[in-house]
Design a protein around this ligand. Structure first.
Ligand code: FAD
Length: 474
C-alpha cells in the first residue's frame, strides 16, 4: 500500500474510532507483535522483530468494530483481534500486517443478572474482573484458568479455554449464554438467547474456538454460580497410571468433582514436590468436591471407597488445599518454564479407551527421538467419557540452538512429532489452548475432508479472507 493510500485508510479508521484510538506508534506495534507463543518470544529475545501491524485500533463497542471491519473489507486489509496477548499459539500475532483490533476498551460490565445467573460484559474484560464482580455479590464465575489475570473473556471464547474447576462447571463453551458478534462484513448479530435449543445449529459454537477468523465477539453473557456451601480437598498417590485412570473414570460415573488433576511421576517428583510438598514417589491426584454440604459428605465417602479399590494412598486434605492456594502461582516466574528454555504444552484430548495409550506413545516418541527433551504431563480436565492430557516438553542449556531459525526448526519438529502421535492414536490437535499459527498445518491431518466445513464457513462469512489470515489452518 502506498503511503498516500495508507494515510487515507488511517484517516477513515480515525474517523470511525477517534484519532486517539488509532496508533501507529512503534511501541504499540511492537507490543502487539509478541504473544505467549514460545517462537514469538524467542524471536524477539534473539533481537529479531516479529511481524507488526500497520495500525493498532481500539474500538469502544460493536458499532465501532463494525465500522473498522467495513473499512478493512473495502480495502482488503487483514484484521487480527487482540485480547490480552496471553494466548500460547500465536493466534493474535499479525503475521500478515494490517490492522490489530485491540478489544480492551470493550471491557465494561453491562449487566449483573442474578435472576438469569449471568454477567453481561464486553469481551475485552479480563476474566478476573468478572470474578471480582461476582464475588462482591456472593457469586463466582467458576472459570479459573491459570491465566485468569492475563486473558480476556473474548480470548477464552475464541480459544475455547478451560479452568481448573471444569470437571463440575464445564469449559468456557458451557459457561456462555448469548454472544454479540460482528461479522467480517460489519453486520452485528446475536446468537440465540438460550444456549440449548432445537432452532438449528448452535451459533455460539460456530464462533467459540474460531480464533478471530470468522468475526469479532464483542459482548457475552457469562454464567455465574452460587458460592459452594462446602469445598473439600483430598490428595491421593497412585502407584501406577492405569489404576489412576480407572479410578478417575469410575468416579465420574458416580458424581462430578470440581477439581480433578492427576500428575505423572515425573511431574509429581518435580513441580508437585517443589510447590505442594508431596515428597513420596508415585502419581499425585488432587480432588476437590464442592456444593451443598450434605452432598459433599456423601461424595467424599464415595470418593474414598472408589479410590481405595485401586490402591490409592490417601494423603488427606493438606496437599489439596495447598494446591488450591498455589493454582496460579504454578505459572509464575521461578515455577514456570521460561526462556532461555525451549518448551511447549501439547494438550490433547481423547476418550478413556485411548488417553492412556496416547500419553505413553507421546512420551516414548519424544524421549526416543529427542533425547535432549524432558517430558512431563498431567491430566487436568476429566469428563464421564474421557480426559485431557497436558503434556509438556522442555529443552534447556546447550541443547537449545542459539540460531533462531534452527531453534524454530527444532521446536516445530518436536511439536509435529508429538501432535501427530496424539492424532494417530485417536487424540485431538488441541484441548484448550487453540491452534493459531502454531498448529494450523496439523488441522488438515486431523480433519481430512471435514475441513471443507470450516473452509465453507470461512468463504461465506469472510470472502475476502481479511480475518486473522493463516490461523486455524484457514
Ligand atoms: C501462564 C499462562 C497460563 C495459561 N493457562 C491457561 C489455562 O489454564 N486455561 C486456558 O484455557 N488457557 C490458558 N492459557 C492460554 C490463554 O490464557 C488463553 O489462550 C486465552 O484464551 C488467551 O486470551 P487473550 O485475551 O490473551 O487472547 P489473545 O492471545 O489476545 O488472542 C487469542 C486468540 O483469540 C482471538 N480473539 C481474542 N479476542 C477475541 C474476540 N473478542 N473475538 C474474536 N477473536 C478474539 C485472537 O485473534 C487470537 O486468535 C494460559 C496462558 C498463559 C500465558
Amino acid at each position: 500500500m502506498t503511503d498516500f493510500l495508507f494515510t487515507m485508510v488511517l484517516s477513515e479508521l480515525e474517523d470511525a474510532v477517534g484519532r486517539e484510538n488509532c496508533s501507529t506508534r512503534e511501541i504499540d506495534k511492537v507490543a502487539h507483535s509478541v504473544d505467549y507463543f514460545w517462537l514469538s518470544r524467542m524471536w524477539a529475545d534473539r533481537g529479531y522483530r516479529m511481524p507488526e501491524a500497520d495500525v493498532v485500533v481500539s474500538p469502544k463497542d460493536a458499532k465501532e468494530t463494525s465500522a473498522v471491519l467495513k473499512i478493512a473489507n473495502y480495502y482488503k486489509i487483514p484484521v487480527v483481534v487482540w485480547g490480552a496477548g496471553g494466548g500460547t499459539q500465536g493466534g493474535a500475532i499479525p503475521v500478515a500486517g494490517g490492522i490489530v483490533l485491540d478489544t480492551k476498551r470493550m471491557n465494561a460490565i453491562h449487566d449483573f443478572n442474578e435472576q438469569g445467573m449471568y454477567i453481561e460484559c464486553g469481551t475485552g474484560a479480563i476474566y478476573k474482573h468478572l470474578e471480582w464482580e461476582a464475588n462482591q455479590r456472593g457469586y463466582a464465575t467458576m472459570h479459573y484458568p491459570s491465566s485468569l489475570t492475563c486473558s480476556t473473556v473474548g480470548g477464552f471464547l475464541a480459544h475455547r479455554g478451560i479452568g481448573v474447576s471444569s470437571t463440575k462447571y464445564g469449559k468456557i463453551d458451557d459457561m456462555v449464554l448469548q454472544m454479540e458478534v460482528v461479522l467480517p462484513n460489519g453486520d452485528i448479530i446475536y446468537t440465540s438467547p438460550a444456549p440449548k435449543h432445537a432452532a438449528g445449529p448452535d451459533l455460539n459454537q460456530i464462533f467459540i474456538g474460531s480464533e478471530g477468523t470468522l468475526g469479532v465477539i464483542t459482548k457475552a453473557q457469562m454464567r455465574i454460580f452460587e458460592q459452594p456451601e462446602s469445598r473439600k480437598f483430598r490428595g491421593f498417590l497412585f502407584h501406577n497410571m492405569t489404576d489412576a485412570f480407572n479410578a478417575g473414570r469410575e468416579l465420574l460415573q458416580k458424581f462430578k468433582p470440581s477439581v480433578m488433576r492427576l500428575y505423572d511421576e515425573a511431574e509429581t517428583s518435580s513441580l508437585i514436590k517443589k510447590i505442594v510438598g508431596v515428597a513420596k514417589p508415585g502419581a499425585f491426584m488432587n480432588i476437590a468436591i464442592e456444593g451443598v454440604a450434605e452432598l459433599v459428605e456423601v461424595e467424599e465417602k464415595i470418593l474414598l471407597s472408589t479410590f481405595a479399590k485401586y490402591g490409592a494412598e490417601d494423603l488427606g486434605s493438606e496437599y489439596g488445599e495447598k494446591w488450591w492456594k498455589e493454582k496460579i502461582t504454578f505459572f509464575y516466574p521461578g515455577n514456570m518454564m521460561d526462556l532461555p528454555q525451549m518448551f511447549g504444552t501439547m494438550d490433547s484430548i481423547a476418550p478413556y479407551g485411548k488417553i492412556e495409550k496416547i500419553y505413553w506413545e507421546m512420551k516414548k516418541a519424544i524421549e526416543t527421538n529427542f533425547p535432549q527433551a524432558k517430558f512431563i504431563a498431567h491430566f487436568s480436565h476429566w469428563y464421564e467419557w474421557g480426559a485431557m492430557i497436558y503434556d509438556r516438553f522442555i529443552v534447556e542449556g546447550k541443547d537449545v540452538p542459539t540460531d533462531p531459525h534452527e531453534a524454530l526448526r527444532l521446536h516445530n519438529d518436536i511439536w509435529n512429532l508429538g501432535v501427530r502421535t496424539a492424532i494417530q492414536h485417536g487424540g485431538v490437535v488441541n484441548d484448550h489452548h487453540g491452534v493459531g499459527i502454531k498448529l494450523g498445518r496439523l488441522m488438515k491431518e486431523q480433519y481430512g475432508s471435514a475441513m471443507q466445513v470450516f473452509y465453507g464457513l470461512k468463504k461465506e462469512l469472510d470472502p475476502n479472507g481479511i480475518m486473522n489470515p493463516f490461523k486455524l489452518g484457514l
